[in-house]
Design a protein around this ligand. Structure first.
Ligand SMILES: Cc1ncc(COP(=O)(O)O)c(C=O)c1O
Length: 459
């Protein structure tokens, strides 16, 4: 079909996620046609270096033939198997068992979803069931982090603390509460990691006390806040929050939808600090975006309490037609093989210092106020004044200028509305591809800086 027709049909019929409808109608879609390794090709034949792994998910890179083979073979053998009525399929069972082997030791049971939002939704539903089952139905309050992202389900978008997911959606719910983001760059306490960790723990304790210690169900967090602007807390923060939750007697739920599957170095960010959560949500890198799948993992204690609460013959009523989809599961098994035996985790870890250094080097650029990363998850924060950390006037639409320039420089990353640039290159990136990334990124920043309105906005 000609591209002009596609663009017109897109405008008329396709609703894009988290997009201003009117702005999209004006701008039109950038249609992607193919991908190979770290590169995407658009409908105009422009080859783009993808420094965002699609949407922080294609951790393996594009065009991994063994994944395509695994999917095709499973489709041929059995394209669908329900998990209802106690049916199952080999790939789903094997993937669940493999995840239990690889995840923190506390997590023993897996419920498969279609992505991250419904994994978070499943977490909330099972937590609710759990507290009813153990005779504590009054534990209805949830705490999460400002700037946190936990998807856009009807309940999860209230754990998400980003305004556009709540405006006009009647969120947050009265049962959803927030504490400050552990944001070192904009921490009023300065850059002392221990002070920041202590402040987060103290705020959690105060919030729980304020709500009533016996009324709080759980604390949800990402090990590194992704969609909130790649906010990297100090090492030790996650463990301190896990320990505080344990002491406070509330559930600790880690959302590893972005940080999982080698994004920060180890398979899960929890492993870095020996954190053993009560629940963990995951998606994205689980299938590297080759097919939709997410998962919720839970502890033995939660599983057993839910099982007992149901009694001998009443079903636990949570399910989806495509839970534990065999094709997605077969893909997941092959993707896990690539991370380990295929050397992708090792390559990601080996290349992380080059990535970190490349971001740090850009601190010298007039637009860049902060550079932060862990593993292959990183960000630059652009500011109008480096000393005061003053942000650019939103009227400048700097993030749109950056996104446009990046596209012209044939580079894909995420330019957030508050002028934080997010990066999540695939774990298959070579040394030369990182050099290319930073060459194009510098050219992008220079191109935008050369615009008189931008230069004038700097102080
Ligand atoms: C931490 C986190 N949780 C949940 C989600 C939602 O996942 P999905 O978009 O697959 O529904 C995301 C998506 O970016 C995420 O980053």
């Amino acid at each position: 079909m000609p591209q002009t027709t596609l663009l017109e049909l897109d405008r008329q019929h396709l609703i894009h996620p988290v997009t201003n409808f009117r702005a999209h109608e004006k701008r039109g879609a950038t249609i992607l046609q193919s991908g190979h390794g770290a590169y995407l090709r658009d409908a105009d034949g422009r080859e783009l270096l993808d420094a965002f792994s699609g949407l922080w998910c294609v951790n393996t890179g594009y065009g991994q033939e063994s994944i395509v083979q695994a999917a095709a073979e499973q489709m041929r053998i059995l394209p669908y198997a329900t998990g209802y009525f106690s049916y199952g399929s080999e790939p789903a069972i094997r993937l669940a068992a493999r995840l239990v082997e690889l995840a923190p030791a506390s997590l023993r049971h897996v419920y498969f979803t279609l992505g991250g939002s419904d994994a978070v939704d499943a977490a909330v539903r099972y937590i609710t069931y759990y507290y009813n089952a153990i005779g504590q139905p009054q534990r209805t309050e949830y705490i999460s982090l400002q700037r946190g992202y936990h998807g856009s389900s009807s309940v999860g978008a209230g754990l998400t603390a980003l305004p556009v997911f709540q405006r006009h959606f009647n969120l947050p719910l009265p049962t959803q509460h927030y504490i400050s983001s552990p944001y070192p760059y904009r921490n009023p306490l300065g850059n002392d990691p221990q002070a920041l960790i202590a402040a987060s723990v103290a705020e959690l304790r105060a919030k729980v006390a304020g709500l009533g210690a016996d009324r709080v169900a759980a604390f949800f967090c990402e090990p590194i806040q992704g969609s909130g602007g790649v906010i990297v807390p100090p090492r030790g923060w996650l463990k301190a929050m896990a320990d505080a939750c344990r002491e406070l007697g509330i559930l600790f739920v880690v959302d590893e939808v972005i940080t999982g599957f080698g994004r920060t170095g180890p398979l899960f960010a929890c492993a870095d600090e020996g954190v053993e959560p009560d629940m963990m949500t995951m998606a994205k890198g689980l299938t590297a975006g080759y097919a939709p799948m997410g998962a919720l993992m839970m502890s033995e204690a939660l599983y057993q309490a839910i099982a007992e609460g149901a009694g001998p013959d009443i079903a636990v009523g949570h399910g989806q037609t495509y839970s534990a989809h065999p094709v997605s599961a077969a893909i997941g098994l092959e993707v896990l093989r690539l991370y380990h035996e295929g050397g992708l985790l090792a390559n990601g870890a080996a290349r992380a210092p080059q990535f970190e250094q490349g971001l740090r080097d850009l601190l010298a650029h007039p637009l860049v106020g902060d550079a932060r990363s862990r593993g292959l998850l990183g960000a630059l924060e652009l500011v109008a004044d480096k000393d005061s950390k003053r942000q650019f006037d939103p009227a400048l639409r700097l993030h749109e200028r950056i996104a446009q320039a990046a596209y012209e420089q044939k580079l894909v990353f995420r330019a957030f509305g508050d002028n934080i640039l997010g990066f999540a290159p695939a774990l298959c990136y070579t040394e030369a591809e990182f050099e290319l990334l930073f060459g194009r990124l510098r050219a992008t920043l220079d191109q935008v800086l050369a615009q008189p309105e931008v230069a004038r906005a700097l102080s």
